[in-house]
Design a protein around this ligand. Sequence first.
Ligand SMILES: Nc1ncnc2c1ncn2[C@@H]1O[C@H](COP(=O)(O)OP(=O)(O)OP(=O)(O)O)[C@@H](O)[C@H]1O
Length: 579
Amino acid sequence: MAEPRPAGAVLCPSDANSPLAGSRLVEPEGGRAGKNSARAGGGGKRLAGMEASGVGGQAMDAYRKALATAASAAAYAVIARGMARELLPPELRAAARWVLSALSTRLDVGGRERRTLAGGVGGREENILFDATRMYLASRLDPRAMRRLGLTLARARDGDGRAGWRRVLFLEPGDSTVDVFEGDRFSWACIEAPSGGGGKKKARKGEPGTGGDRDFVLELSFDTDVAMDRYVPFVMGAAEEVEQRDRELKICMNEGRAWYRVSHHHPATFDTLAMDPALKRSIVADLDLFASRRDHYRRIGKAWKRGYLLYGPPGTGKSSLAAAMANHLRYDLFDLDLDLNLSFSHVNMNNSLQWLLVGMSNRSILVIEDIDCCCDAMSREDDKTPACTGDTAGVDDIGNGTALDSDAPLPPANSKSKKDQGSNSRLKSDPMEGRLESQLIPFLPPESGLLNFIDGLWSTSGEERIIIFTTDYKDRLDPALLRPGRMDMHVYMGYCGWEAFRTLARNYFLVDDHELFPEIQALLAEVEVTPAAVSEKLLLSDDAGVALRGLKEFLEEKQQQQAVPEAKQSEEEAEAGKA
Ligand SMILES: Nc1ncnc2c1ncn2[C@@H]1O[C@H](COP(=O)(O)OP(=O)(O)OP(=O)(O)O)[C@@H](O)[C@H]1O
C-alpha cells in the first residue's frame, strides 16, 4: 500500500520507471525553492518562475543533477579514452572498437524505426548494387576497427605501369560495420544466407565465402528516408569512382573492323610533360570540367564529348600529351589507324569506320595521329573523286550524300603514309616529304564520314568521350574539321622553352638549379629545339653535370648552324639591294 504523502510534498514526474527514479527528490515546499530563487537572481526569469511554483524548483534540481552527472560521465569518458590510448595495446583498442561497432549495428540506436535492405549474391538477375557495395565497402573498411576482415590480393599495376598487387578488403560473414553519411548512420552486415539460397549463386573465387560453399547477403540497416534517394546513389557513384581509379587502362588498336586491346602503360603524365605551365593547367582544368559535367551535357541536350586538336612540330609531345590525358582521366585510348595501306584498302572505308567507332567503350579517348597525313593519303589515292575546294558546305554535302555507301578505292602502289617511312609512332614520317603540294586537304568521302561520326553516330552511341587529332601542320586542315563542336580546344605544342626545360631537368635529375642553367636558358631563347631532342641529350648520362654540358654543346652547335643560313640570307639581301 502506498504511503501517505507528507503535506506540501510533490512527486517528480519521473517516478518509478524513470532511470532517475533513484534521484527523485521529495522535499518540503519552500525549502530549496527559496534558495534557488535567490541563486537565479533577477536575470533568470524563467528559472525563477519555475522555481517559484515549487514543482519547477524540484524539476530544476533534478535537471541540474542530471546535467552534473552527464558532465562527469563525459569527463570520465575523456579521461578513460586518454588512458585507454596510453595503456591499451593497439590490438585491444581495435577489439574494443569492433565490439562497439558491432553493438551499435545490432542495437536500435536512436529509437527511430530501423529498416533493412538485403542484397544477395547476385541471384538470377544481375545485382549491380551488390557489386557496387562490395567495392564501396572495400574502400571504406578500416582494418584497425575490425576484428576479422576478408582480404584478397589482386594483381595490378601502379600509375607508372609497374606490376604489383592491390589489396581488396571485404566483410566476412558475421561481421558488420557502420558508415556515416550526411550525419545518418548506415549499418552494413554480412550474413550467411538461409540454407537453400533461393537460386542465388555461390560465392565466386576471391569473394566472401570462398573458403566454403556458403551463400551470403549484405544487409543495409538504416532509420532515415535518405537511404534510397541519396545514400544508395552515393554508394553507386563512389564504387564507380573506385573502379575507374583501380582498373587497368587499355590501349586499343584497330585492324580492319576490330579493336585489339592491350594494357596501356604509357608513363607520360602531366607532371612529366614539358610544356608551358599555364597551358598545362588550363588543359587539366578543361579535362576536369568535362569529366564532371554529365548532368550539364544532359541538361543542354548535347552529346557528352569533347575534341582536342594537338598541333606543333614533330617531337614536341603531342602523342605524350594524349597519353597523359588518358592517364589523368583514367580513360582507355583508342588509337585509330587510318592508314590506307593497311586496314582500309580492301574494305568499305566508312562502313569499317562505323563499326570501329560504335565499338568504342565509354570513358575513352579516340586518337587519330597526323590527321593531315591521313587526309592527304586518302586524297591522293582516289583520283576518281572530284577534289573539293575546302568549302565547308561542300564537305557536308558529300558527307551526307555518298559517304556511307562509297567503297574505298585501292591505294596506288606508290602511296606513302608516315608509317611506311619508318617512324616510331603508328603514323609517322618526315612531315615535309610528299605533302608540300597540297596546301588545303580536300575532304573526300572517307573524311566526311569521319566528320559525320564525330557529329552523329559516334557522339550519341556512347558517353564521356574525347577525340584527339594530332597534326604537324594545322594550316593544312580543312576549317570544317576544326570548328568548335568538333575540335573544341586547339593546343599548340611548341619548341622547348625555359619552363619546359626545367620540367625535364627536374624529371631526369631531380634538380631545380644548376650552374649551367643560365647558359642553357640563354641558348634556348635563340635555338629551336624540340623537347624530344632535349630529352635525348639528358638521357645520355646519369650525372646531371655531364648531361647538361652535353646539352649545352648541342645547343651551341645548333646555334651556329642556324647562324650560317641567316648570315647567307643577309648577304644575299645586301647584294640584291646593291643591284
Ligand atoms: N613536351 C614533352 N615533354 C616530355 N617529353 C617529351 C615532350 N615532347 C617530346 N618528348 C619526348 O620525346 C618523345 C617523342 O614525343 P612525342 O611522340 O610525344 O612527340 P610528337 O609531337 O607526338 O611527335 P610526332 O609529331 O612525330 O608524332 C616522347 O617519348 C618523350 O620522351
